[in-house]
Design a protein. Structure first.
Length: 79
């Protein structure tokens, strides 16, 4: 049912590590100004979203106020 994997000789593995291709990859294209502006705009949007969620979420994470200092309605005072 299952085939047993044959071990690879060590010399073959060492040879594969030393192998270098004689084909050079094509040169990378330079990014255009519009691509650079778009990437920076996306980065700024992500950072602004994180800062905004932190600013809006901090009040919810602050410890609860003392109940004696909370606002009470007139009905609670018996008026």
């Amino acid at each position: 049912m299952f085939r047993r994997r044959e071990s690879v000789p060590f010399s073959f593995v060492a040879e594969a590590d030393r192998f270098r291709s004689n084909v050079t990859p094509p040169p990378r294209e330079r990014t255009s100004v519009s691509q650079l502006a778009g990437r920076s705009l996306i980065g700024l949007t992500v950072v602004a979203g994180l800062v905004g969620s932190l600013v809006l979420g901090l009040p919810a994470l602050s410890p609860a106020q003392d109940p004696s200092h909370s606002q009470q309605t007139e009905a609670a005072h018996g008026h």
